[in-house]
Design a protein around this ligand. Sequence first.
Ligand code: NAX
Length: 327
Amino acid sequence: SKKPVRVAVTGAAGQIGYALLFRIASGEMLGKDQPVILQLLEIPDEKAQKALKGVMMELEDCAFPLLAGMEAHSDPMTAFKDTDYALLVGSRPRGPGMERAELLAINGAIFTAQGKALNAVASRNVKVLVVGNPANTNAYIAMKAAPDLPRKNFTAMLRLDHNRALSQIAAKTGKAVASIKKLTVWGNHSPTMYADYRFATIDGASVKDMINDQEWNANVFLPTVGKRGAAIIEARGLSSAASAANAAIDHMRDWALGTNGEWVTMGIPSNGEYGIPKDVMFGFPVTCEGGEYKIVEGLAIDAFSQECINKTLAELQGEQDGVKHLV
Ligand code: NAX
């Protein structure tokens, strides 16, 4: 049987954590033959640590055959020790009335410390996924704080946007979600993201031709996907949690186990592809194989798409500018 791998999860007592940990422990992320050791990080706050203990009691009570060990931590320097996978979920998302500078300062501190800890103690092959918002910029900060780790090990979650786009297209075309191939989402995990179905196919046929409605694309589809997070909050009174956890599982599973040539979306540091400046943490179409992702290159970018990409890039560069002093 396989040797256990170490999976660190931050914000483990939060609502995404609660929808995520049980699925990791049951083998849905890394395979039904891969034992895992969970290294769980929460803030030192007594209530958070107590809640974390409660989640761990429930994990014990599942008696998962693949759960080879479990640890509670309040310090990233111990939580990330030798970790093979790190899911950075805990952060301080923007609250009502919160200034941008405040948001960036708080998260700058969290993700600088966590990047440094990963740099110091994690496996040199650690795969890092940042879920906590602002996800792309937090991933960028962590990457910059970890100069001894390969840049490519740091990724941000665009998969929820990707999955949201898939389900909107399935509803519009009346086709099964699983039949949709070659969809992607460019840019920032924010309402400026650009979900792009120009290359998408269903049973080999072009989705763009099938829909053939640029009005719907610009005025219904993109705003629906972009504002879906806000719509969930409005309906549920809480932000997306199970769907976010599901997207995190999808992202890590595909990165680790491969996509068999299928496209998925990952937020990854640019190497200059599609004119995106180096290091910008940007949503790109990728395929995964052998534990590595590869950008799908050579796609034509039309005027409308370029405009959308420029807009989401400008937002990301603005965020990056706001943390210049940290990186
Ligand atoms: P919760 O507030 O339920 O949980 C967050 C947990 O993180 C809390 O228990 C808190 O104590 C902990 N935490 C905060 N700072 C920490 C730190 N420095 N180290 C360790 N733990 C820390 O939020 P939840 O609903 O779970 O959402 C978590 C994050 O995901 C938020 O930033 C949220 O905005 C973001 N999201 C990102 C999405 C994406 O697609 N990238 C979608 C869903 C979600 O909105």
